[in-house]
Design a protein around this ligand. Sequence first.
Ligand code: M6R
Length: 607
Amino acid sequence: MCGIFGYIGKRKALSIIFKGLKKLEYRGYDSAGIAVLLDHKIHIKKSVGNIDALADKFNNTKDNSIISKATLGIGHTRWATHGNVTVNNAHPHVDYKKNFSIVHNGAIDNYNELKHDMQQNEYKFYSQTDSEVIVNLINQYYNGDFFYSVQQTLLHINGSYAIGVLCKQDNNKIICARKDSPLIIGIGNEENFLASDISALLPYTNKMIFLENGDIAELYVNNVILKKLNGQQKTLNICDISNNINNISSNKKKYKHFMLKEIYEQQYTIKQTYEKLLDTHDSILQICYNIKKIYILACGTAYYAGLVSKFWFEQFTNIPTEVNIASEFIYSNAIINQNTLIIVISQSGETADTLSALRFIKRKKCTSIAVCNTFKSNISLEATYVMYTYCGLEIGVASTKAFTGQLIALFIFALNLGLRRKQLTDIQHKEYLKELLQIADKVKIILGNTINIKKIARIFARKKSVLYLGRYINYPIALEGALKLKEIAYIHAEGCATGEIKHGTLALIDRTIPVIVIATNGITYKKTLLNIEEIKARNGFVIALQNETNNVLIKRIGFTIYVPETIELLSPILNVVPLQLIAYYTATFLKHNVDQPRNLAKSVTVE
Ligand code: M6R
């Protein structure tokens, strides 16, 4: 939530900051702003709306030509937490004396108390944000030493932050710091950058410093000084990240939206992920050998990946597995000990609910594994082990390729653990892998035929509600299909276990409400056919996902979407793809901003 970017160098800062913010826009897009420092004066422009709206504002201002000369500045793209979406609440913020300017990603817990105290001392506030308190506190501690004033401020605030700060008096540096919100420094040639993620830095440099919690840094044109919050200097650990990024680019290419590009990329990201993860690291298998219980913790789509994988862990390893919504787990009385394995799943590696669940269990001294798509993110750093999914940056707010990447990682891990624990034979292990290795090509087949999918999406675009049904390992896929439709098409959708609807939801069925039923082959097939009959008997409009070998359904239902056949255990990875496409096309027919759905943001860094 929220993206921050900063530049100091010899080039004109404004256009570089604009480009950086454009890359970070997926993190929040309700308002944006830029501050530059020129001749000991801070110039700020902010606007409601996305980065394009901000650019229009700049283009229409008189001082544009002056501001564009600046060679250092900071920018922000916002997802509102404290205070609604207004220009006043947009960042950068300044203190009431206009000495400092700040961009902030995070949430300050004790801002009300601090604000109250400062208001007793003539301080004035013009926004409802917590961030304005930080910048005023910096001003309050200022004694001529910029670093000292930021350091003191950070020692007095509680909560999470990634900040970039400008000081009017000290126009040769930017100070930045982080705790629990991501911040990366990009090292250039006679220029340095700061950004919330790698993608915004990659156009300029591969040399990056991943700030750790409690780090505070001074960025100069030719130098970076890194310290701990207590002032102790740290050596710069500069990573060349060329080896850690994969060839999945963060440009839209020929696609209209990132989401569509990411759906189509699955034919490669699935392959890339299994190629990298086929051999689970021996130390991970070793430490999991004596595990007696697995808890999987995640949110949203990642949680559904966990629900699917429960069946894999239980079948392949014989370890009882429980899947929990991360934000709820912290209230549970789960018994966790050294024989418990915790798996956290997160695309971004930043999700506050998941991070907080991970921290909650870390106190109990069990082993944790993060399945994560973001290199050096909080969650990947704090878990005992990390398994990266190799999907490349996911920009569309609706998660697609990260989901199938998570499924691949979890399937392989469960399989390898099952072999190690001798619950699977070599032959069984090989058979499953053989099926897995065909999945990417089967995804490609689904992507090659979207005629029916588009027809269905046209119908959905006129509907108020849709039901998604699935049984057993495809029940989580019904949940995921419904989430996708809600998230980007803003149509009410409900995912149900197919066998459960006769216990209540069946009352909703009539001609007007489409029902998508996952009816691919497997142990649930016959029962699912029966359930379809029950819906038809009540004039329900059924759309079925099925395999071509079972075309018995074709004549008797509204629409059929064919998916290639695989073993039932792997069918979720294929079945989810048409559901992603249905949500995508429904949203585009409704002319929604698919990549930036209303009210949402890509990384949810507040609890
Ligand atoms: O980054 P994470 O995987 O931790 O994110 C978890 C959820 O916020 C995320 O999956 C969300 O549900 C997606 N926007 C759904 O498409």
